[in-house]
Ligand binder design. Structure first.
Ligand SMILES: NC(=O)c1ccc[n+]([C@@H]2O[C@H](COP(=O)([O-])OP(=O)(O)OC[C@H]3O[C@@H](n4cnc5c(N)ncnc54)[C@H](OP(=O)(O)O)[C@@H]3O)[C@@H](O)[C@H]2O)c1
Length: 276
């Protein structure tokens, strides 16, 4: 199965997160079979992806690359400059997905974020129309941030990204994106290890003869959410891909949906980062 976007594009069921990923890890991921790579100008890994693709000997068209516009680059002109820099870093004349990374330029004193987001989106729409971006996306947009774009723009978002894992599913936002037929992607899909000692996750890992990370990743897929796990070793990145080889029963999905809150990263679009 693949994820089908509202503009007809199809994505694999799992992607690879590259925050803090070296070129070597990305190359190992390509060799293991990953074809979708999530990056951002902020991560500094756009060039690593370009390098890993070259080393793999495969053509650019075999891959999906998603990148994001950093909050200091919001605004019509700055977006254009930043997007062209992303293309340069990726050594490509297009990106598969380009997202606004965070809805606000800064948290403290910018009340004009709505206008700034719309100017930014307008610049992105132009790149979309020129086929330099295949799908437009919103990262860390809660429904009310997304409504601003949806109600006031031409091109409808196709992808959204939020922190999502068992114990932190942001269900109100998940339901909103489902209803709008916008594909939700999970960042921190294995909760950076936070849930590996959870009683229910351990019980299910034993029941299905898989690892706790695989339970988290499979849960995303069962929910129709595309997971973007990051891993460094060949063993782990292969283990994560194997979440495609089993499924969870409806009852176990429901138990995971209803497990108590597990904690989260502390990163919120409307608040200064909470140290957890
Ligand atoms: N849109 C946003 O604002 C946003 C924010 C955060 C992240 N992201 C994206 O989401 C991606 C993933 O998020 P994340 O890195 O925060 O969290 P994550 O994928 O949930 O967790 C990554 C951590 O889990 C470890 N790990 C990976 N596979 C494992 C396994 N099978 N067993 C045990 N541990 C395992 C990794 O260790 P090793 O690396 O040592 O293997 C790493 O420390 C990022 O790379 C980025 O692309 C987006």
């Amino acid at each position: 199965m693949k994820f089908k976007l509202n503009n007809g594009l199809e994505f694999p069921e799992i992607g690879f997160g590259t925050y803090k990923s070296e070129t070597g890890a990305i190359l190992k991921a390509i060799e293991a079979g990953y074809r979708y790579f999530d990056t951002a100008s902020f991560y500094g890994t756009e060039k690593n992806i370009a390098e890993a693709i070259k080393l793999s000997g495969l053509k650019r068209e075999n891959f999906f690359i998603a990148s994001k516009l950093w909050k200091f680059d919001l605004g019509y002109e700055k977006t254009k400059t930043a997007f062209n820099k992303t293309l340069e870093n990726l050594e490509s004349d297009y990106v598969d997905v380009f997202m606004i990374h965070w809805p606000r330029p800064d948290i403290d004193n910018r009340e004009d974020w709505r206008e700034i987001d719309l100017e930014t989106w307008k610049a992105l729409e132009e790149f979309y129309e020129q086929k330099k971006i295949r799908a437009l996306g919103l990262s860390n947009f809660l429904p009310y941030h997304a409504e601003n774009i949806i109600k006031n723009s031409k091109v409808f978002p196709a992808v959204a990204q939020l922190e999502f894992h068992p114990g932190h599913t942001q269900t109100f936002a998940l339901n909103y994106y489902r209803e709008k037929k916008i594909l939700l992607q999970a960042w921190s899909p294995i909760a950076r290890g936070r849930v590996s000692n959870d009683e229910l996750i351990i019980e299910l890992a034993e029941k299905y003869h898989v690892t706790t990370a695989q339970i988290c990743l499979r849960f995303c897929i069962e929910e129709g959410v595309m997971p973007l796990p990051k891993a460094s070793s060949t063993e782990r990145l292969k283990e994560n891909l194997e979440c495609l080889n089993f499924s969870l029963s409806p009852e176990d999905i429901s138990r995971l949906e209803n497990m108590p809150p597990s904690g989260w990263s502390g990163e919120h679009p409307d608040r200064i980062r909470i140290k957890i």
